[in-house]
Design a binder for this molecule. Structure first.
Ligand SMILES: [Zn+2]
Length: 448
C-alpha cells in the first residue's frame, strides 16, 4: 500500500505521466518567420493562426548570434549553441579549398547529436526536406537535403539528385509528387515552397515518418529583396500558410493527424536596411588586409554575416594586431560608432559564438555589414537582412505548436531557439543530453 501511494505520488509529480504523447512530430521551419505573421490577421496566415489558437504560440523567439540561417537551424535540431554544434555561420571562414563543394551544407560538420540521430537511435523513422546542414546526414531515412544548387551544370539540381537519400528519391519525387523539376522550381521563388510541401506531403503519406523536418524558404527570399513589408513578402507568407495546410491535409490522408504534434519554427526575424558599413576599408588602409580578400596577404579582417561582423586574426595570438584593430575601431568618428556596438568575448561566450573570434561588431537596426575593402566605410543599403545581435524585437523569430501531446491555449512571452529540441525530445521520448536549452515549462499537455 505504501509502495502504491509512493507510485501514485510519483506519477502526480510527472506532468506528462498520463498525457497521450505523439507518435509523429512534424517540424516546419519558415525561414524568416516573424511573430506578426500569426498575431496580425492582416497577413492572411489562417492555418498558422488556427494552429496557434488551438495550441500555443510565442510572442517572440530569441535567436543565435549571428541570427543567420544555418547556425540557427542547427540549434533547433540540437538544442545547443554554435560553439557546441559547430555551425558558426552560413558559410565557413575558410579558404575555398578548405570549404569544398558542400561547405556548411554538409551535416558531418555538426559536432553533436541531432534530433534525427536521437530518433533513429530509438528505432523511429525520420525524413527531411531541404533542412539546412542535412547533406550526408546518416540518421535521416528519407532525405531531400539542402544541397547547394550549381548553376554551372547543365542540370543545376544535380547535387540534389546526388545527395537525396535513399538513391533515386529525387526521381521518385518528380514522378509522384512534383513533376519534372528545373532550377527555377527550387530557387527560392514562390513555387519553391509549393514543391517542397508537395515533397513533404508525399513523404508523410507514403512513409509515415515519426519525425519529419521541413524548411520553407521564400519568405526569407522576398524579405531580403523588399524588406519586412514588401507585397511579395505578404504573398510568400500566404503561400507558406497554404502549404502548411497542404502538409496538415497529408496527415489526414495518412490517418496520423490525431497522433501528430505540429511544430512551426523560424530561424530569425528581419531588419530593413538603409545603410551598409565596411570596416575592412579601415583595416585595408592600415595595411592589415589586402584589397582582394581571396589573396593570403592579411593579418586581420572582419567576416560579415549581415547585421554583424566577426574579427578574424590570421595568427590568433597576434596581440599587437588585435590592439591595432581595436584602436582603429575606437577611433572611428562618433557618427559611425553610433551605428554598431562592440560585442566582447564574454558576451560572445554566452551565446556560444565561434571561439576563434576575439570580438564582433553588431549593427543597430537599419544597418548591415559588407566585407568590402575599398570605397567608403559608410554606404547606401536597401532591402532587408538579418544576422544582428539577438536583442531587439524585429530580429526575433516565431514559434507555433499544436496537436497531440501539446498544451492548449498557451502564450509564451519569449523563448530561445535552444528550447525547441528539448520539446521534440520530450514529445518523442528521446534521450538527448547536455543541451544548452531546457524544456520550456507548460508546453506539454497536462495529465488526464
Ligand atoms: Zn534564414
Amino acid at each position: 500500500m505504501k509502495y502504491l501511494k509512493f507510485l501514485i505520488a510519483l506519477l502526480l509529480l510527472s506532468p506528462a505521466a498520463f498525457a497521450q504523447m505523439p507518435k509523429y512530430v512534424v517540424v516546419i521551419s519558415i525561414d524568416g518567420l516573424r511573430p506578426e505573421f500569426y498575431k496580425d490577421p492582416s497577413w492572411g496566415a489562417v492555418n498558422l493562426r488556427q494552429l496557434a489558437e488551438n495550441g500555443m504560440y510565442a510572442d517572440g523567439v530569441r535567436g543565435d548570434m549571428p541570427t543567420v540561417t544555418y547556425p540557427s537551424h542547427t540549434t533547433i535540431i540540437t538544442g545547443k549553441f554554435p560553439a557546441k554544434h559547430g555551425i558558426y555561420y552560413n558559410t565557413p571562414f575558410e579558404t575555398k579549398a578548405q570549404v569544398g563543394e558542400l561547405g556548411y551544407t554538409d551535416s558531418r560538420r555538426i559536432t553533436t547529436e541531432t534530433i534525427w540521430d536521437a530518433a533513429h537511435k530509438k528505432g523511429l523513422r525520420t525524413a527531411s526536406v531541404l533542412w539546412p546542414v542535412s547533406v550526408n546526414q546518416s540518421s535521416i531515412d528519407y532525405n531531400m537535403p539542402d544541397a547547394p544548387r550549381n548553376t554551372k551544370l547543365a542540370d543545376p539540381l544535380q547535387p540534389f539528385r546526388q545527395y537525396s537519400k535513399p538513391a533515386g528519391l529525387f526521381e521518385e519525387m518528380e514522378k509522384n509528387a512534383t513533376g519534372k523539376l528545373y532550377n527555377h522550381d527550387l530557387d527560392g521563388h514562390l513555387s519553391t515552397d509549393d514543391n517542397l510541401a508537395r515533397m513533404a506531403s508525399y513523404l508523410i503519406e507514403t512513409y509515415k515518418p515519426n519525425l519529419i523536418t521541413i524548411h520553407l524558404v521564400c519568405v526569407d527570399h522576398y524579405s531580403h529583396m523588399e524588406g519586412r513589408l514588401g507585397l511579395d513578402v505578404r504573398k510568400a507568407v500566404e503561400g507558406i500558410d497554404h502549404n502548411i495546410g497542404r502538409i496538415i491535409e497529408a496527415t489526414v490522408r495518412a490517418g496520423t493527424t490525431d497522433s501528430t504534434a505540429f511544430i512551426i519554427v523560424g530561424d530569425h526575424g528581419f531588419v530593413n536596411i538603409t545603410t551598409q558599413l565596411a570596416p575592412n576599408v579601415e583595416l585595408a588602409k592600415a595595411g592589415l588586409v589586402g584589397k582582394n580578400l581571396q589573396e593570403d596577404n592579411w593579418k586581420a579582417q572582419f567576416f560579415q554575416q549581415g547585421g554583424s561582423t566577426f574579427l578574424y586574426l590570421k595568427d590568433k595570438n597576434d596581440k599587437k594586431t588585435l590592439k591595432q584593430v581595436r584602436e582603429i575601431v575606437d577611433n572611428l568618428p562618433v557618427g559611425i560608432k553610433a551605428l554598431f556596438k562592440i560585442i566582447e568575448r564574454p558576451e560572445l561566450d554566452k551565446f556560444g559564438v565561434d571561439p576563434n573570434v576575439p570580438f564582433a561588431l553588431a549593427a543597430i537596426p537599419g544597418i548591415s555589414f559588407t566585407n568590402a575593402t575599398e570605397g567608403d566605410i559608410v554606404r547606401a543599403g536597401s532591402g532587408g537582412t538579418h544576422g544582428h545581435f539577438p536583442d531587439f524585437p524585429e530580429i526575433e523569430t516565431g514559434f507555433v505548436a499544436s496537436g497531440c501531446g501539446l498544451a492548449k491555449q498557451k502564450i509564451i512571452h519569449q523563448m530561445g531557439l535552444e528550447n525547441i529540441a528539448p520539446l521534440i525530445n520530450a514529445l518523442l521520448k528521446l534521450d538527448m543530453k547536455d543541451m544548452d536549452g531546457a524544456l520550456y515549462p507548460g508546453l506539454l499537455a497536462p495529465q488526464k
